[in-house]
Unconditional design. Structure first.
Lengths: 357, 376
């Protein structure tokens, strides 16, 4: 039993945190969010230099063979800084490619930072049901063509290729396509996504099935839990700071017990979410037992969703009117936590999954 | 990061688990599972079984009967005690008076009291709260006046758990009423419950159980040798106790057993999504608390330091979970049923409301975290 990051994990998390503190503070981030692309090539290049784009991929293709626990500290730092670059979509889609015959053709460029991917799975109305795929793949000569529509594909506007789930007869499999064009838009939490329509688009088969999609989703959900812990930490830290500095009735408002107890509950909620993120990331790194993995991830997502909502709402409330203001980072953290709570399934979805396991 | 116990720790857990299963008397196990009343004999019988095995006071130094187990082993042992459904080990002697004597007691006091606590020969209770001094313990008024070789004690304690079973009570008393700070002038006294002038009066709680009492002191003569530490240093002693051995306040093992019992008992509600989701949320909260508890343990092991003030969150969350489990258990009971178990389940719900009040109410625990951890 040991809850520490190892030295490498700690050093990486520290250097990512240092970089973000220097080059990704609130104003710098605002410029990125408001830029046309909505992500920064310079930041992405730095991620690649730091090894982040190689970390979760096999060594044989130039990666470092890392798992979710290796990425935890990085994701926490991303959550604190509200990073909008499409890192998680690239990791998720990249790990699908890593399990396919195309790994050698794609991963080196991805690891070098020269390629970004997105994972196009959800469809309108599928509501987190992983097997609810209507997009169809048709055999065409040596390759395949795709027909259908994917909704809210996170990171698609910045992606060079998409990993797409599509139906091949009775099974759902994964495919890789260059067709990334769609109507892009900015999400509630200031990221970029797109709805992508496939009309006879060429694709290559990656294989896999719903079981692999579930495994990839669980992996990404565990990372999302770690990211949420970082966002919760910022929300708690900045609220605590506000309670200590904001004065009303001649005293810091943090002297009022009504607010102290609410702050304590936020702090406890953060620690409980952190515990569950540790559990989820550890379990997705252990191969085998699907049920144990799914139980841990769903439990972590339930806790994350509940506590993200609790902490973000309280953070805004305890800031008073300032919490509503677009000028304060805490309102942007509120938006991020709101989206994180629902991404890959909200608490209700995971409660149903947890109980069925 | 590795959330698993080591192979050695797992082997230890298996050893403890199978020993407990083999040696916990069936009738006691049934009483605990049925939320039945445990008599003094029941409590002492189990205490003595563990004492005979050498497992009744793992945290004590080895020379006094401790097991020499690691922090993790002690944690596992306590969790297994809860999980198997053993009667509780009453903490007043084993986990409160004894640590105080080991830290502050004279050699004579240790020799006199520790072996009897270990063997379950003396039953102890705790004299802290008073009618006017609950959360604000330092305002206590029970006074002890030194007269030659005695202290003469006058006053009243309240909420004294199992005072009606007790042979001894350790008390916080005011020996100097004229100090500047209220925390000064308090002393820690050991009092024989058979001393003339002590009256124990039952306080019946809303579940009908006699667990707590009022204890009245009317010119009670206590030998001065029963003073622990120096006169006026009682608050130091009390604070030491608050920081001691708070790793099991989450009661993970006990709650795991209750959760399993609840799942079994609520089978007929399995199709009810509203009930099911409530149950799942408690289960998830318990999973999170277990890992949070292990994180504290890991931190203590690495730093060699006692837990910080934030350990209070284990008490807050642990008791909330215990209450939620009994509430769901009551909900699962057939509303039309009046059998012994259904009635016991409802009474258990009533009884468990005490958990967020006792041992420092959850509001006081939040005050502690706000002040000590968050700096508010």
């Amino acid at each position: 039993m040991n809850f520490d990051y190892n030295e490498e994990q700690q050093l990486l998390a520290d250097s990512v945190r240092r970089f973000l503190a220097r080059d990704y503070e609130f104003e710098a981030r605002r410029k990125i969010v408001e830029s046309e692309a909505g992500w920064s090539p310079r930041v992405w290049a730095t991620f690649a230099e730091m090894g982040l784009t190689g970390l979760p991929f096999p060594a044989e293709h130039g990666g470092f063979g890392g798992g979710a626990v290796d990425l935890m500290g990085v994701m926490e730092a991303f959550g604190e800084a509200l990073v909008v670059e499409p890192y998680l979509p690239t990791v998720m889609a990249g790990r699908a490619v890593a399990r396919s015959p195309l790994a050698g053709a794609i991963l080196p460029a991805l690891i070098e930072g020269k390629m970004k991917l997105a994972f196009a799975h959800a469809e309108r109305g599928s509501r987190h049901e992983l097997a609810a795929v209507k997009t169809v793949a048709n055999k065409s000569g040596d390759g395949w063509t795709l027909e259908g529509e994917k909704a809210a594909v996170l990171g698609a506007p910045a992606a060079d290729k998409l990993v797409v789930s599509a139906r091949n007869g009775d099974t759902v499999e994964l495919f890789l396509t260059d067709a990334v064009q769609g109507n892009s838009y900015t999400t509630l939490d200031e990221m970029r996504a797109a709805d992508v329509v496939f009309k006879n688009e060429k694709a290559q088969a990656l294989g896999g099935g719903v079981a692999l999609i579930e495994e990839l989703t669980d992996f990404a959900t565990a990372l999302l839990c770690a990211e949420a812990v970082g966002a919760m930490k910022f929300a708690c830290d900045t609220t605590l700071e506000y309670l200590k500095t904001r004065k009303q009735f001649g005293v810091p408002i943090g002297t009022f017990q009504a607010l102290q107890h609410r702050m304590v509950d936020m702090y406890i909620a953060q620690e409980q979410a952190r515990s569950m993120a540790c559990l989820a990331c550890s379990r997705v790194d252990q191969p085998g037992d699907r049920k144990e993995r799914a139980r841990s991830v769903s439990a972590a997502k339930i806790k994350m969703a509940d506590n993200a909502r609790h902490i973000s709402q309280e953070a805004v409330q305890l800031h008073g009117g300032m919490g509503m203001s677009e000028e304060l980072k805490v309102s942007h953290t509120f938006r991020r936590l709101t989206v994180l709570a629902a991404q890959f399934g909200d608490a209700d979805h995971h409660l149903a999954r947890f109980a069925a396991l | 990061m590795d959330l698993n116990y080591s192979p050695e720790e797992l082997a230890f857990r298996d050893e403890v688990r199978s020993w407990l299963q083999a040696h916990l008397p069936r009738d006691l196990k049934d009483k605990v599972a049925g939320y039945a009343h445990l008599s003094k004999d029941d409590l002492l019988r189990w205490h003595r079984i563990l004492a005979k095995k050498g497992w009744v006071a793992p945290a004590w130094p080895k020379e006094w009967g401790g097991t020499g187990w690691s922090l993790v082993q002690r944690y596992i042992f306590e969790e297994e005690l809860g999980y198997v459904g053993a009667p509780p080990l009453i903490p007043f002697g084993l986990a409160m008076c004894a640590p105080v004597l080991l830290r502050f007691g004279s050699e004579a006091q240790k020799q006199r009291f520790l072996p009897r606590i270990y063997q379950g020969e003396d039953f102890w209770c705790q004299g802290y709260s008073e009618p006017g001094s609950g959360s604000d313990l330092a305002s206590l008024k029970t006074k002890a006046v030194r007269e030659k070789d005695f202290y003469v004690v006058n006053g009243q304690k309240i909420w004294t758990t199992l005072a009606h079973y007790a042979d001894w009570i350790f008390c916080l008393v005011r020996t100097d009423p004229n100090t500047g700070r209220r925390q000064e002038g308090i002393s820690f006294l050991l009092i024989d419950m058979k001393t003339p002038g002590i009256t124990v009066r039952p306080l019946i709680l809303m579940d009908g159980a006699h667990e707590v009492n009022e204890v009245f002191f009317d010119d009670v003569k206590v030998p001065a040798e029963n003073l622990v530490h120096e006169e006026g240093q009682g608050w130091t002693v009390a604070k030491y106790l608050l920081g001691y051995e708070r790793m099991n306040t989450g009661r993970i093992g006990e709650s795991k057993r209750q959760l399993a019992a609840l799942k079994e008992y609520s089978q007929s509600l399995q199709g009810d999504a509203r009930f099911r989701d409530r149950l799942s949320r408690v289960e998830v909260e318990l999973m999170a608390l277990e890992i949070t508890n292990l994180r504290f343990l890991d931190r203590m092991r690495r730093t060699g330091q006692p837990p910080g003030a934030d350990v209070s969150m284990l008490k807050i969350k642990g008791t909330e979970i215990q209450q939620a489990l009994t509430e769901l258990m009551m909900q699962a009971a057939d509303p039309a049923a009046h059998d012994e178990f259904s009635v016991a389940v409802r009474k258990k719900y009533l009884s468990m409301r005490k958990t967020t009040i006792y041992a420092g109410s959850n509001e006081i625990q939040r005050n502690i975290i706000a002040k000590m951890t968050l700096g508010l």
